[in-house]
Unconditional design. Structure first.
Length: 84
């Protein structure tokens, strides 16, 4: 059985902006991404025309550096700035 990537599972500190969306940390990056998707789907924030794009609400704009629309791939890069 393959070993889990310990760097990926390491609990990370979460910025106050990101904590408003996913809850207080520390938590592993994988858990942050899961909770982020629960938030996005729960508030129906995926672009209906292109489901790979996220339409940010006020809380997500703080995490996304003020951007209103981001792709899934850009989202992971922007979220990583809020993890330490």
């Amino acid at each position: 059985m393959p070993k889990a990537n310990s760097a990926f599972m390491k609990p990370m500190n979460i910025s106050p902006e990101l904590a408003e969306v996913v809850g207080k940390g520390p938590m592993p990056r994988s858990e942050v991404v899961k909770k982020l998707w629960v938030y996005i789907k729960g508030k129906d924030l995926q672009d209906p025309k292109n489901r790979r794009n996220i339409v940010a609400d006020e809380n997500l704009k703080k995490v996304f550096g003020g951007k209103e629309n981001v792709s899934m791939f850009e989202m992971t890069k922007l979220v990583s700035k809020h993890l330490s």
